[in-house]
Design a binder for this molecule. Structure first.
Ligand code: 13P
Length: 272
């Protein structure tokens, strides 16, 4: 199995370095988080980070603990958060600002995850404001887009994703867009065990890139990294990751297990 297929070197044809991100969602208290990050750091060796960038997105209560482990052992895994508020401070009970995350050395912040769009009613306008807050504090937003099963069945998937993309990034400069991460996560594939086929995932990611070309130009489109998310596992990661417009993965369930997540990070080694 290991290494038979010609591995994509240093980020694929366009030179984009893939980003493999683990979204822990509301899992792992800070004790479990420390164990998981230590196991993950142990499972990956320095060479593994040459071809991919890795980020983990623990719950807010774990961030400080995970940051301490990463710094103490000088582990080249980027710290990420799952959300933030768009204001820097104020009377927003229960919220956490991008400014606070930046102080914890967070590098990436997920915004507009479909669970937040669905459960907290986040609109593209809110997602846009959150992405701006993340950028204001010199972090990178991972902007999530993706259609529901009803929208896909109705043949609306491409339009829905294009609208989420343009709304969430409305008003952004081309140079900013070039440095962003967009995660295409079809809602029907999240936590269901059902994955988009590599061809379908590639098709939508290519669609996203061509919309970015139309709206912000080819340099922005060439720089933008597009992750696929939705039941990514060690078994399906190699085929998904070798698609030309897929520049990494946003992994939920499988990122909770350090061994599985390390195998996804090392997907190149497991290509058929
Ligand atoms: P699963 O990998 O559990 O399907 O979750 C995907 C996701 O929502 C990552 O943000």
């Amino acid at each position: 199995m290991r290494g038979k297929r010609k591995a994509r070197d240093d980020g694929g044809a366009a030179g984009r370095r893939p980003l493999i991100s683990g979204n822990w969602k509301m899992n792992h208290n800070h004790f479990e988080a420390i164990q998981t990050i230590q196991k993950l750091a142990y499972a990956l060796n320095r060479d593994d980070y040459r071809h991919v960038e890795v980020s983990v997105h623990p719950p807010f209560t774990d961030l400080r603990s995970v940051q301490t482990v990463l710094q103490a052992d000088d582990v080249p895994i980027a710290l990420g958060a799952q959300d933030c508020h768009f204001e820097d401070k104020g009377a927003f009970t229960g919220e956490v600002s991008a400014a606070m995350l930046a102080k914890l050395d967070v590098s990436y912040v997920i915004v507009g995850h479909s669970e937040r769009r669905a459960l907290s009613g986040e609109t593209d306008e809110v997602v846009n404001a959150k992405a701006q807050a993340v950028l204001r504090h010199n972090m990178v937003p991972i902007v999530c887009v993706g259609e529901t099963i009803e929208q896909r069945r109705a043949g609306q998937a491409r339009d829905v994703v294009a609208t989420q993309l343009s709304g969430s990034l409305d008003g952004f400069d081309a140079a900013v867009v070039a440095g962003l991460v967009v995660a295409y996560e079809p809602v029907w594939a999240i936590g269901t065990g059902e994955t988009a086929t590599p061809a379908d995932a590639q098709d939508m990611c290519a669609h996203i890139r061509s919309r970015v070309t139309e709206l912000w130009g080819s340099a922005a489109a060439a720089g933008l990294r597009i992750q696929y998310g939705g039941s990514v596992k060690p078994s399906n990661a190699p085929d998904l990751m070798e698609q030309p417009d897929i520049d990494g993965a946003l992994v939920g369930g499988a990122s909770l297990d350090a061994t599985d997540f390390a195998r996804i990070v090392n997907h190149r080694l497991y290509a058929a």
